[in-house]
Design a protein around this ligand. Structure first.
Ligand SMILES: Nc1nc2c(ncn2[C@@H]2O[C@H](COP(=O)(O)OP(=O)(O)OP(=O)(O)O)[C@@H](O)[C@H]2O)c(=O)[nH]1
Ligand SMILES: [Mg+2]
Length: 264
């Protein structure tokens, strides 16, 4: 089984991508399981094959323990650790080629705490896996926000430690010329550096951004483009995303070669 784990800030289009990529894979005769790992999901655009809300529902946790929405999500994710074995068995029982995992919206409560990456490792176990990290198109629309999105992508890479493909979601919202301009900045670090300096960014921060860009697309990596554009609405870029996913999964990169992240 191959695991594709979709991570990104709240509202970046994770659930829609699980839906669209799942349909795209099935149209190409690849069998797919869609897994909802978000205990706080109210509504999903796809019908999950495995759903953590069958084990823990954040709304119930909120009422039972008198917690706010974020506290309830933290508690729910912590509680899911006890069910990781059952969730894993359910995933295995689907016997599909690809497992698409939709993660909680509040990524700082999932990716940046210990339990989220721990649960992912339990589920993936010895299977090949890749993170698809989403940045909303509106967050790359100027050099400053593009730079901060690169840092967010890098800190996710650091935190989860699984090979990562970085994607600008909702690409249908960008004009083609704008997309080209962003691509130019990504492929030409000097251009990005100059744009940041022009916008009054501290030169040290601009330099760090260029380093972040390099770290997201190391030359030896099979994922050489730091960000690719995808739309779940128009299906733009899904073929390119699949090619990148396949390159990572069929290539030599494996999260087991990474430093293990802290265990609970
Ligand atoms: N234009 C456009 N809108 C999109 C696309 N993908 C998602 N959206 C919209 O963005 C909003 C959020 O999409 P979701 O897929 O629910 O985002 P999410 O990251 O799963 O959100 P949370 O789980 O709540 O954090 C929805 O209103 C979608 O209609 C896309 O490719 N293009
Ligand atoms: Mg979602």
């Amino acid at each position: 089984m191959y695991f594709v784990i979709v991570v990104g800030p709240a509202g970046s289009g994770k659930s829609y991508l699980v839906d669209a990529l799942g349909d795209w894979l099935e149209a190409n005769e690849v069998s797919v399981a869609r897994v909802n790992l978000d205990p706080a999901a109210e509504w999903l655009p796809y019908t999950p094959d495995v759903d953590v809300r069958d084990y823990i529902d954040a709304r119930t946790v909120m009422q039972k323990y008198k917690l706010g929405p974020n506290g309830a999500l933290v508690a729910s994710i912590d509680m899911l650790v006890d069910h990781a074995g059952n969730i894993k068995s359910e995933i295995e029982a689907t016997k599909t080629n690809y497992v698409l995992i939709d993660t909680p919206g509040q990524m700082e409560l999932f990716a940046f705490r210990d339990t989220g990456p721990y649960i992912l490792r339990e589920l993936v176990y010895e299977n090949k896996s890749v993170i698809v990290f989403l940045v909303d198109a509106v967050l790359v629309s100027n050099p400053r926000s593009l730079a901060s999105s690169l840092f967010l992508a890098l800190s996710t890479r650091l935190r989860i430690g699984i090979p990562q493909i970085n994607v600008v979601s909702k690409a249908d919202l960008l004009e083609p010329e704008h997309m080209e301009q962003i691509e130019e900045e990504l492929n030409n670090p000097e251009a990005l550096y100059s744009s940041l300096i022009e916008k009054g960014v501290d030169p040290l921060v601009a330099e760090a951004t260029i380093k972040a860009l390099e770290a997201l697309s190391p030359p030896e990596s099979s994922v050489s483009t730091p960000l690719r554009f995808v739309s779940s609405v128009s299906s733009y870029g899904l073929d390119d995303l699949y090619a990148a996913i396949q390159q990572v999964l069929a290539g030599g990169e494996d999260f087991l070669t990474e430093e293990p992240s802290p265990r609970l």
